[in-house]
Design a protein around this ligand. Structure first.
Ligand SMILES: N[C@@H](CCC(=O)N[C@@H](CS)C(=O)NCC(=O)O)C(=O)O
Length: 219
């Protein structure tokens, strides 16, 4: 049996897993969950993920949900020789720190801006929420002023996870080069990479969704 990943197109956490699998050369069988018909709340899916979110991974019967846990699992299980995670304890804690920053802060602030558009039929983004999201740029700029990547001097799954979130955040709050030059460079380097291409279908899905909701404010 292969590795099945439950997904919805356009989801940043799903995309982080797709991009990480690409980086590790891991083949995933993608299984789309029908969000329009609330399949994520169905009996069969709740058995896979009681927390009713995507992504969820089924690796030959071993089930794991939450993208950040899945990234660590894939890197540790299938990333022998890869430097995307680390065996050195202090490096691992730094990577986990930044995965938690993505999970608890970046994605939460981003969701507070975007979810009301899709789930509460709002037609614009609350400027206060955009202001809170802006702090993510400020924090990352502070970090990237001192290290090349978000968790140190090596590119890791923490970069992929945060990048995946920022590809979507950037559509509603572009990174300003004059205010955050280091973050902008980190972001653009990644945007020109093959990993970005691996995630393009999902990114484009969100872009079209946002454009539908917000019109020409979105490029
Ligand atoms: N921390 C989770 C967040 C996953 C998440 O919120 N996924 C959204 C799609 S982007 C979802 O499945 N939402 C459905 C729900 O919350 O019921 C992760 O990283 O996997």
């Amino acid at each position: 049996m292969g590795k099945k990943l439950y997904i919805v197109w356009g989801s940043p956490p799903v995309n982080a897993v797709i991009m990480t699998a690409k980086a590790l050369n891991v083949e995933l069988e993608l299984h789309e969950v029908d969000f329009a018909n609330k399949e994520y709340l169905s009996h069969w899916y709740l058995k896979i993920n009681p927390s009713h979110t995507v992504p969820a991974l089924d690796d030959d019967g071993f089930i794991l949900w939450d993208s950040h846990a899945i990234l660590v699992y894939l890197a540790e299980t299938y990333g022998k020789g890869s430097t995307l995670f680390s065996t050195e304890p202090k490096e691992r804690y730094k990577i986990l720190q930044m995965l938690n920053f993505d999970c608890g802060i970046v994605t939460k602030k981003m969701a507070n801006c975007i979810w009301p558009l899709f789930y509460e039929d709002q037609t614009s983004i609350d400027p206060k929420q955009l202001e809170y999201l802006k702090d993510v740029h400020v924090v990352l700029e502070r970090i990237l002023k001192t290290t090349k990547y978000v968790a140190g001097e090596r590119f890791t799954i923490a970069d992929i996870s945060i990048f995946s979130s920022l590809t979507i955040a950037d559509m509603i709050l572009p990174i300003q080069e004059d205010e955050c030059p280091n973050l902008k460079k980190w972001f653009l380097d990644y945007k020109n990479s093959d990993l970005y291409k691996a995630g393009e279908k999902s990114i484009e899905t969100t872009r079209l969704g946002l454009k539908f909701k917000l019109g020409n404010v979105i490029e």
